[in-house]
Design a protein around this ligand. Sequence first.
Ligand SMILES: [Zn+2]
Length: 265
Amino acid sequence: MDILNLKALLIAVLIFVPIERLFALRPGQKILRKAFFNDLIYALFNGVPISLGLIAAVTLATGTVGQLIPVSFSSSISSQPFWLQVIEIIAIADIGFYLAHRMFHAVPFLWRFHAIHHSIEELDWLAAHRVHPVDQVLTKSASLVPVYLLGFSSSAIALFALIYHAHGLLLHANVKLNIGPLRWLIASPQFHHWHHAHERAAYDKNFAGQLSFIDALFGTMYLPGKAVPERYGVDDPIPPTYVEQLAYPFIPKGKIHEAPNSSDA
Ligand SMILES: [Zn+2]
């Protein structure tokens, strides 16, 4: 077991379990809800393949394309004020995230990986961990490879990674959180819950991970007042356990028992 994941998980439990009790969007939803133990396995073990894949992608990019970037350019990036670097990283990384995420919805073969994440039927902070490693390595590479190539300082990237992780858990949490007009700028739980909605009007909307205004710019934002979705999930025949879910995208469609009315929407 990856000890770092265990520590991050314990901190998340201490923060998010009380927040979800105090500000529950669905007060009737149990902590030990459907697929809780499967998502716990993701939280404990899935970080290892994701980290290895991401390290490989960044090493490959910086060792090849990165060699073409003048040192004077990288040092002008890393010598900016720390806070400015963090804001720039969030913007650059989320544009990469938006484009990769949108592609995972649009390309049927890629959707098979991303459908694992959309199979969540009861959203909470723990469910955020249910992501296929191939999906995550490619999406996080789209976010982080440009950031590493441009030469941002490692401490600014580290703070970004912490903010990104905490924000990601909050987006999936079972919480009612009103951030007022800021919701048109920053991704809120309501914004991301609509991304998971099993409702036709909300399909392929709200792709951004942190900055909701990217969706506004690209015309993919869906925030109907204060409403929240009635249900989450997909019709795809996603199997119930971790190992089966990792294998799912690689199994030819004909070999999987299809649920009635299944679709790739
Ligand atoms: Zn998605």
